[in-house]
Design a binder for this molecule. Structure first.
Ligand code: AMP
Ligand code: MG
Length: 412
């Protein structure tokens, strides 16, 4: 049995970027840029007004005051998208809308709230500085400047930047294809009624959701019965077609848990097959050529915990995100419980914040077969390996769990 950090280190060492791919702009959100993005344009491409107002020559307003009101002649109106081929002379003004190009000869915009207008006459009551309310040509970025660095995660704001620079597609790190093999003779699909001894195959759906949430590609091979030859064929096929293979179930020590044996048989390099984590001990990690193989436990909350802890960072690293750790904080247990010595425990709880401190409340049984507990939780407390009893009032490290949404978001 290996420690969590050891397991993460081994996995991290085996995990490499598998290439790059071009994505059209919108599908690149949350992906990682695999190229530097340089500006193809000057932004803005012309001097433009940042306000609705009047384009003027600032020198015409030098001596303006409430006592000495200046009067300028309004020649016309420029709206966004217009281009006026005229040069403003002293004593003249153009009404101008936000985003419209500043006409030649003008060097300032006085905003509409600061003036009075009567017929075509504009009255100004104070001096207006040069460049007032003008967004200058190339002020935001110039042709050839670096706009977004390689390795940046593309958020909606970067989508906007790329769109403004005229990029309709970008090069990002390639998403791995993740094959899913679900083992278990007890499983039926979610549309089926449950007969004696059967349960619905929830893991396939959780796994698909987990993988697609990370923007990776799913290759689902469905339920495979606990039949050695059949399973072996599916595993070989998956290793051929996918970059990462995940099996659910069949990885423990039961009579029909064949995954590990098959891995040995086909010559995969098994790096470890047990991790000191609860839920989730029976995790096998193996490599086969350049492919990565995770045999995850069938217990639903073990499966999700180990996916989050070990597979998610793997997929993220392949896709250019190299951040393994979620933020931890001190959390105080609010109930007593017993736990297993020898493994690091991830205890699913509801975390509440009061007076700047975090408190952990019980939400249900920690049996790794129960997904309901995880679904009711908004966080975990991490109980170290050597601890077997937790008493209310003791402090541990805690973190908010994955999949958190606003409904479950922390209540102050
Ligand atoms: P296993 O890891 O195959 O020994 O399975 C451990 C437990 O998880 C058993 O109680 C199974 O019935 C349950 N289980 C296995 N696979 C699934 C699945 N695909 N969906 C829901 N529960 C499962
Ligand atoms: Mg099984």
């Amino acid at each position: 049995m290996v420690n969590i950090d050891y397991a993460l280190n081994v996995i991290c060492k085996e995990t490499k970027i598998i290439g790059t791919e071009n994505k059209d702009l919108l599908s690149s959100v949350n992906r990682v840029l695999a190229e530097d993005i340089y500006s193809k344009d000057n932004l803005p491409p012309f001097n433009k007004s940042s306000k609705d107002g009047y384009a003027i020559k600032s020198e015409d307003t030098l001596n303006c005051s409430k006592e000495n009101v200046c009067k300028l002649k309004v020649k016309g109106i420029i709206k966004a998208g217009d281009f006026i081929n005229d040069t403003l002379k002293n004593g003249e003004a153009y009404k101008i809308m936000t985003g419209a190009p500043i006409p030649k000869g003008a060097d300032a915009v006085v905003k509409i709230e600061d003036i009075e207008i009567k017929d075509d006459n504009l009255f100004i009551f104070e001096p207006i500085n040069e460049n007032n309310n003008i967004i200058k040509f190339g002020e935001e970025i110039k042709i050839g400047d670096l706009a977004i660095k390689k390795d940046t995660v593309i958020r909606p704001v970067e989508i906007g930047v790329l769109a403004s620079l005229g990029y309709s597609s970008v090069k990002v790190y390639k998403a791995p294809t993740v094959a899913l093999i679900i083992t278990g003779d007890e499983l039926v699909d979610i549309n089926s009624d449950i007969k004696n001894g059967q349960i619905r195959n929830s893991n396939e759906y959780s796994l698909k959701a987990l993988v697609t949430n990370l923007n990776a590609e799913v290759l689902s091979l469905g339920i495979v019965s606990d039949d050695r030859e059949n399973l072996k064929e599916k595993m070989k096929y998956a290793l051929e077609k996918a970059d990462i293979v995940i099996t659910s179930g069949g990885a423990s020590v039961g009579d029909y848990d064949f995954v590990k044996d098959i891995l040995k048989e086909i010559g995969a390099d098994i790096k470890f097959s047990k991790i000191a984590i609860k839920p989730g001990k029976p995790v096998t990690f193996a490599t086969f050529n350049e492919k990565l193989f995770f045999a995850l436990p069938g217990n639903p909350s073990s499966l999700i915990t180990t996916f989050e802890k070990f597979v998610k960072p793997t997929i993220e690293k392949i896709m250019g995100k190299d951040d393994f750790h979620s933020e931890q904080f001190k959390v105080i247990a609010m109930y007593d419980f017993e736990c297993e010595i020898g493994r690091e425990k991830y205890v699913y709880v509801e975390i509440k914040k009061k007076d700047g401190n975090y408190y952990a409340y019980k939400v249900g049984s920690q049996c790794s077969n129960h997904l309901m507990t995880m679904s009711r939780a908004n966080g975990i407390i991490v109980i170290p390996k050597e601890i077997g009893h937790v008493k209310a009032g003791e402090a541990f490290n805690g973190e908010f769990i994955f999949g958190i949404n606003f409904k479950k978001y922390i209540k102050e």
